[in-house]
Design a protein around this ligand. Structure first.
Ligand code: UDP
Ligand code: MG
Length: 314
């Protein structure tokens, strides 16, 4: 096979119900392209039949290559691994559940051919996702926009096209905490959006549990903002002001209203709990950063591979 021009990276975690349809729709898109394409399927430690289905697809079609992790490392790491092994000049990242319509890839490629190095898909709406998911996602992207020190476009996920130049830079980044949509914004270059309606999942259940989404959100904020660290200072100032007010109040009561029941245990208990929580919250914020520093310093590999197919670069 010649060196492909287009590479599609697809992270897969327990997606047996989606793989056949995904492959069918992707092939349909690939056949309309003006150059060779490869699919890099990254099995993120699936426990269902995903891996054996991937093997079968690979045997039938040499354009399909795959990596398989020795355990579940998470979506961002699966995408990272895929990017490590792509050969194309134009690299597309998309989900396996067909929430990212494969047909949009053609539009993204058109933008790439216009000279954009990053083309990200921006959601106009999310169909059939729970109000909770829609609300939390909406709020999160707005908060991130306020806090982050790079401009991470709202309502964009990892569905995107990246030029080889950008992929090379991402691959050279040593960090283990990989919030890809943030890193992608951070690199710069010419970037543009294509708008789309996010379809519902084709089949199967959501693999991003609340816990995983929460972890991703915290990663996004901590990796791209130092504002939470400053919150400690602000809270300290706030509680100092409150303490000052209380001193004045107590003096006033002592001098002018000695019979008030408000001083004594109640006040002390409230003040104690208040200070205790301020301190714990601040330690918690510090912990989030220190934990990440610890992860980075350990320098372990980002993932472990148990099997690959058709991968011979690197
Ligand atoms: N995924 C993964 N590892 C995980 C969780 C998810 O590789 O630990 C993959 C999953 O198979 C899918 C994509 O990441 O291709 C997005 O997952 P999902 O559809 O569950 O999330 P959402 O659409 O809610 O963002
Ligand atoms: Mg999905």
């Amino acid at each position: 096979m010649n060196q492909p021009i287009y590479s599609l990276v697809i992270p897969i975690y327990n997606e047996e119900e989606n793989l056949t349809e995904l492959y069918r729709r992707l092939i349909n898109v690939i056949e309309q392209l003006d150059g060779e394409a490869e699919l890099i399927l990254v099995d993120d430690g699936s426990r269902d039949r995903s891996l054996s289905m991937i093997r079968q697809i690979h045997q039938r079609d040499s354009r399909v290559r795959y990596l398989s992790f020795a355990r579940n490392f998470g979506h961002q790491i699966a995408v990272t691994a895929g990017l490590n092994f792509v050969q194309g000049q134009s690299v597309i990242v998309m989900d396996a559940d067909l929430q990212d319509p494969p047909e949009l890839v053609l539009k993204m490629i058109a933008q790439w051919q216009q000279g954009y190095q990053v083309v990200y898909a921006q959601r106009l709406s999310r169909k059939k996702e729970s109000w909770f998911k829609r609300f939390t996602a909406y709020a999160f992207y707005r908060i991130l926009k306020v806090l982050a020190n790079v401009d991470i476009p709202a309502d964009t996920g990892d569905f995107c096209l990246m030029d080889r130049q950008v992929v090379d830079i991402l691959n050279a980044m040593p960090e283990r905490n990989r919030y890809i949509r943030g890193l992608r914004a951070w690199v710069g270059f010419r970037q543009t959006a294509v708008l789309f309606e996010r379809d519902p999942r084709f089949a199967g259940t959501v693999k991003y549990t609340f816990g995983k989404s929460w972890a991703l959100a915290v990663d996004g904020i901590i990796s791209f903002s130092k504002v939470p660290l400053r919150i400690a200072t602000y809270m300290g100032m706030l509680s100092a002001s409150i303490a000052l007010l209380m001193i004045i109040l107590i003096l006033y009561w002592r001098l002018f209203e000695p019979s008030t029941p408000l001083i004594g245990y109640t006040l002390i208990t409230v003040a104690m709990f208040f200070m205790g929580s301020v301190q714990l919250i601040c330690i918690g914020i510090l912990g989030e950063y220190i934990g990440r520093i610890y992860e980075e310093v350990k320098g372990r590999p980002i993932y472990t591979l148990k099997e690959t197919g058709g991968i011979n670069n690197k």
